[in-house]
Design a protein around this ligand. Structure first.
Ligand code: ASP
Ligand code: MG
Length: 272
């Protein structure tokens, strides 16, 4: 069974390592199909390919000193490799890469990169991962529609706010938005594939929700369309007794109850 326009929504978010290669995208296609069979309409929210946002941060710093060519090549070849692996055309991301290059050139000419241009440059990571992913899903027989997240989330503009906050860690309210749900009403069989991390401000400029903001995007979109469920998928084996990056003897938990999970989460675990 595939969704009809009254089907409940599920929002499913995949992080950087979960969108980085063919086997990840095969997994995504499988999860999407399963949810559709369960009768859900599916909205997929993706991060940039693992490491790409940080690479763009480096690109920005290098642009200002006009030594950005190599990093730009490396970002391009990363996506070319992924496109090849997924069996989709690299042309899906060429326009976005050209824009990234133009912005880097702009920053190098003026010798600075302010929050507004930084937000534009950093947004390209998510735009590219979703372009390749949506093309792959379509190729695999999952009807997918690429959606620009900037048409879904508009930030609140606070007059007293500084530029950094306004463009790089913007706030978006989580009120139910009937127009959004309506936007997707006509093609209930389609899976919507969109970006985490990015939004627009009331004037239409690209803004970001802060590093790691894709989870927030997924939660906001779920609230706005009144989704029945929001799933945050991450590429780790499970929850540990402590952060395994800091405590090498941390053990993987085979079972845990809600209260234990909450205790671990409130002591700072990012996985939940
Ligand atoms: N790609 C962005 C970051 O690395 C957002 C995210 O992945 O949540 O911060
Ligand atoms: Mg994250």
């Amino acid at each position: 069974m595939s969704g009809n326009s009254d089907s409940p929504w599920v929002v499913i978010k995949f992080g950087g390592t979960s969108v980085a290669d063919l086997s990840s995208w095969e997994g995504i296609a499988g999860i999407v199909r399963r949810r559709q069979k369960e009768g859900f309409r599916v909205l997929v929210v993706c991060s940039a390919v693992a490491g790409v946002t940080s690479e763009i941060e480096k690109l920005i710093a290098a642009s200002v000193e006009n030594r950005h060519a190599d990093i730009l090549d490396s970002i391009a070849s990363r996506h070319a490799t992924l496109a090849k692996e997924l069996g989709v055309s690299f042309s899906e991301v060429e326009a976005i890469l050209s824009e990234l290059k133009a912005l880097a050139t702009g920053a190098s000419l003026v010798g600075e990169a302010g929050p507004r241009i930084r937000a534009r440059m950093l947004s390209t990571g998510e735009l590219m991962s979703t372009k390749l992913g949506a093309a792959y899903l379509t190729k695999s027989g999952v009807e997918a529609r690429w959606q620009d997240a900037r048409e879904l989330l508009t930030s609140r503009s606070v007059a007293s706010e500084g530029e950094r906050r306004r463009y790089l860690s913007a706030a978006v309210d989580d009120c139910r938005d009937e127009d959004l749900a309506r936007l997707f009403r006509d093609r209930p069989e389609e899976v919507i594939v969109t970006q985490g991390f990015i939004a627009r401000d009331p004037e239409g400029h690209t803004v970001l929700l802060g590093r790691g903001g894709s989870d927030v995007s997924a939660a906001l979109m779920a609230a706005k369309i009144g989704a029945a469920r929001c799933e945050i998928w991450t590429d780790v084996p499970g929850m540990y007794t402590a952060n395994p990056r800091e405590v090498p003897e941390a053990r993987l938990l085979t079972a845990l109850c809600y209260e234990e999970a909450q205790e671990i989460a409130s002591s700072g675990a990012k996985v939940l």
